[in-house]
Design a protein around this ligand. Sequence first.
Ligand code: PMP
Ligand code: GLN
Length: 384
Amino acid sequence: LVTRMRPFTSTIFAEMTALATRTGAVNLGQGFPDTDGPASMLRVAKESIDAGLNQYPPGPGMPELRQAVAEHRARYGTHYDPDTEVLVTVGATEAVAAALLGLVEPGDEVVLVEPYYDSYAASVALAGATRRSVGLVEEPGTGRLGLDVDALRAAVTPKTRAVLVNSPHNPTGTVFTRDELAAVARLCVEHDLVAITDEVYEHLVFDGREHLPLAAFPGMRERTVTISGAGKSFNCTGWKIGWVCAPAGLVGAVRAAKQFLTFVGGAPFQPAVAHALRHELGWVDDLRASLEDKRSRLSAGLAEAGFAVRPSEGTYFVTADVRPLGFTDGLELCRELPGRIGVAGVPVQVFTDHPEAWQHLVRFAFCKRDEVLDEAVRRLRGLG
Ligand code: PMP
Ligand code: GLN
């Protein structure tokens, strides 16, 4: 194995899901829903298979999906030409990798917000670039994990090429505010940086919050590669349909890398996702409302079990401080939890370059049926 990939041999999701399966634990580790997406979307996928849409789709993605993605993005006031400014990818994961491979030179620096989704560091390494991670900071009083704008500014050097921003944020559940995003935008404009945004949880924002795409901020459309996907909005994480929206020059760079990673993917799922984007956003509103309740349900349960729970403003996830229960190391605890009480979580420190600063937090997924969450909480109460 090449040196640059040695830190990335196994993902925490594989480890914790295997452990959960082996021990019969309730798996609140890997984030995936345990119910299906909208029935009409599933029907279109089945009909597409029956209609013979089983060969390679067009390189940029099927026109009807690119059109639906462009129409959907217009709701934020950002407009893209479906023919030249939209690219369908094999999930957001491929989009992030292809964006970095197509836009970042070896030796360039990429700024990540820490903790970061695990594929970012691996993709930066694949591109031969160097990551500089800037930690979220806990806000006094609320415990919200917010953006440290000064630290972000300090992380930019003459070698910085891109900033990768994920909001709503995995693993913390933070939804960046207008002020936080405006600060990122100003920094990108000032230093002529490319912004790569991961917005896969765009619809999963709680308590009346609004999802704000970075591309909609002044000076940002021309320099932003916006990434999203269907998995989280329509409960179809296994379909791996993602997309990129950006000006033609940037999309062309992403496509150059993408075409040699997978070429294309997901033929029968593309019309199904196009249908869902056009006709099932009401279903997504219900999903959001249900996840908001689940967020509150699991957060309350974790607090009862003795964790210090951090606010979750969106996504599938809530983080909890394990120190009030007498533990110090979340990784150790997550390796122990399934065997000891039958619940799996994910330690936040594995998403960082500073594990010692993050070892007190564990991430739990609440995108599960209520009875599953209640059973997890019942078991977690045994910890205290
Ligand atoms: N980005 C984030 C922040 C995620 O949480 C996930 C899914 N866990 C992905 C990207 C990957 O998305 P996809 O399955 O579409 O590749
Ligand atoms: N995105 C999901 C999570 O954060 C799972 C992704 C994966 O298994 N690679 O839990």
